[in-house]
Design a protein. Structure first.
Length: 603
């Protein structure tokens, strides 16, 4: 028997071993099973090159619990190790055998997972003692047993082992006995190992799919298979809208499937739904450094050995490969969307309520994506007709161009609340877009700086003659002095410091009194309502516009002072407030009762 001290090679990796090696203790099993897969893949590579001439036989990896002995064993029939290799790869911590093997057999189709040589030592996060029983594939090799109790001392001796490969036996410590429960081990295996390329057996059954869908050529996969795979990943989700299959081998390796889930407007969006794998080993569902943030709302899997990982495989390090991969994913998604738009526009429009959130967010966040998406981003009007931006500009240019040559895009955010304003615009022959999703406030503010010779205004942000100023002055029934008197009457009645009153000749067909919120004030209010201004509370600011072209303006001025005049002022003002959903409670009741009295008296 040989005794000695472990040699720690800090020049290869961060000097972190044993209990604080990983942020999550359960990953010890992922690391040990990954090592077993590597050992098996190495043997397959040697066999394919004629360097191993024996029978491969059953290569299934087994995970075994012995509750009485309080042990957890990971067993493989892979390449095994000689005593010298144990000295080199186990006793000299962070000298990775996988790294060395990769350098020698870099063109092998059998993927090697490990890179750092520290994964084995994650066992000591949950075990008070670890034993290795291993027999090399090499002819004439002797089996060896290695043992360590979680310190720098080890034992290494020859032993008897009937079969090629390695058993790693963990003596689970008393504070980690959860890892002796079948349900817990199965849970971890399904989380991290469900798509490993070598069969994993636990509790009498195989727990993994060795050839997951993303590893197969897209041309060989049916629509039903894509949907079935999605339902395996997300069992309680509705079927996806569509998907993008990634399959790149140069200048980096990337495979995966990204699904577009169904998303209802104004539903809180869930991130962390994309699973990252490295050679079919689950790494993390935080892909924020790889996938552009606007695509984090997608679901699916990504698999790449070219994404740099730190020692714990839990956090990503940004480098040129990651930037290239991120750019490629964005391009593939944009290309897929444009393809769907061109091939079946009707189907694309039917999915727009879900797709639109991704597209608009992406346009805001990524200039390159904006340029591509401008070709298929759809704008829906209040009549549920869809247009690209160029189509829409051509549609409204004739009637909605102002005196400065700018096309004015009118929009609404609430069909019911802004119904009277929408109707007034449509009576003029104007068209109104509908922007009512959770992303639209930001989207509007972004695109108005990108669209040339265009203005964007909410349909209730001002009077129509102000929103689309054609330089035509309508006739007023009042002279300048009368307008001043009318303005003062309403100011005295309203008596609110944050409310301004002004007179405009809007035409006899328009309402006698209109309430508008200037665009910049309304946007600030919307931002405050969404919590984007912190705890700030903005006062309710608006403008009351008195239509001096309406006969009621003259009638109010000619009415004698007293209750009759005040009723007219109150009713016209409340009518304007009603159109903005500002009349509630007792004020609404009084308005209805007064309206009934006026109708009754008129009869």
């Amino acid at each position: 028997m040989k005794r000695g001290n472990l040699s720690i090679h800090t020049e290869n990796i961060f000097p972190i071993i044993k209990k604080f090696l990983y942020s999550d203790q359960e990953v010890f099993l992922r690391e040990l099973v990954s090592n077993a897969v590597d050992a098996t893949q190495k043997l397959k590579t040697l066999a394919s090159r004629g360097e191993f001439k024996g029978e491969l036989g059953d290569l299934t990896i087994e995970v075994i619990i012995d509750a009485n002995a309080k042990t957890l064993t990971v067993r493989d029939r892979g390449i095994g190790m000689t005593g010298e290799e144990v000295e080199k790869y186990i006793n000299q911590i962070a000298f990775s055998s996988a790294e060395e093997f990769l350098a020698k057999y870099k063109d092998s189709p059998n993927q090697i997972i490990g890179h750092f040589g520290l994964g084995f030592y994650s066992a000591f996060m949950v075990a008070q003692k670890v034993e290795i029983y291993t027999l090399s594939y090499q002819e004439g090799a002797s089996a060896v047993r290695w043992s360590c109790e979680g310190n720098t001392e080890f034992e290494l001796e020859e032993t008897i082992k009937a079969d090629r490969g390695t058993d790693v036996v963990l003596y689970i410590s008393s504070e980690h006995e959860e890892f002796l429960k079948n349900y817990r081990i199965e849970e971890i295996l399904k989380k991290y190992c469900r798509f490993l390329p070598i069969e994993i057996k636990f509790d009498g059954k195989i727990i993994n799919d060795t050839n997951p869908l993303w590893r197969r050529p897209p041309t060989e996969i049916t629509e039903n298979e894509y949907k079935e795979f999605y339902s395996k990943l997300y069992p309680f989700s509705e079927p996806p809208l569509f998907w993008v299959h990634l399959n790149v081998d140069y200048p980096f390796t990337l495979t995966g499937i990204l699904y577009f889930p169904k998303i209802k407007p104004n539903v809180e969006l869930q991130k962390d739904k994309i699973q990252l794998y490295a050679n079919q080993v689950f790494i993390t569902d935080d892909v924020s450094d790889i996938v552009p943030d606007y695509l984090n709302l997608l679901h699916g899997v990504l698999d790449s050995p070219d994404i740099p990982l730190n020692v714990s495989r839990s956090y990503l390090q940004t480098d040129s490969n990651v930037r290239k991969i991120s750019s490629h994913i964005s391009k593939k998604v944009a290309d897929k969307l444009y393809e769907l738009f061109r091939e079946n526009r009707q189907a694309f429009q039917e999915k727009w309520s879900s797709i639109g959130i991704f597209v608009k967010y992406g346009m805001i966040r990524d200039n390159n994506f904006y340029e591509k998406a401008s070709n298929f981003c759809l704008y829906m009007n209040v009549d549920k007709q869809y247009f690209t931006i160029e189509e829409y500009k051509n549609k409204v240019a004739e009637k909605q161009t102002n005196k400065d040559g700018e096309i004015v895009l009118l929009y609404a955010t609430d069909l019911l609340a802004q119904h009277s304003y929408i109707q007034a615009a449509q009576k003029r022959g104007y068209d109104v877009l509908l922007f009512d999703s959770i992303i639209d406030l930001h989207f509007i503010q972004y695109i108005e700086h990108r669209l040339e010779n265009c203005k964007i205004a909410r349909v209730d942000a001002d009077t129509l003659d102000k929103l689309i100023d054609k330089g035509i002055q309508k006739a007023s029934l009042l002279n300048e002095q009368e307008e001043k008197e009318l303005k003062e009457l309403y100011e005295k009645f309203i008596n609110r410091p944050m409310v301004t009153v002004n007179c405009q000749p809007l035409g006899e067909e328009e309402m006698p009194v209109t309430i508008v919120r200037p665009e910049h004030q309304r946007r600030m209010q919307d931002m405050a309502n969404m919590g984007l201004l912190g705890d700030s509370k903005l006062p309710d600011m608006y403008q009351v516009v008195l239509n001096t072209s309406h006969p009621l303006a003259k009638r109010i001025l000619l009415s004698p002072e007293g209750p009759a005049r005040e009723k007219l002022i109150r009713q016209t003002y409340d009518l304007a407030r009603l159109s903005q959903n500002m009349l509630t409670g007792g004020e609404l009741t009084n308005f209805i009762e007064e309206s009934l009295r006026l109708i009754t008296n008129s009869n």
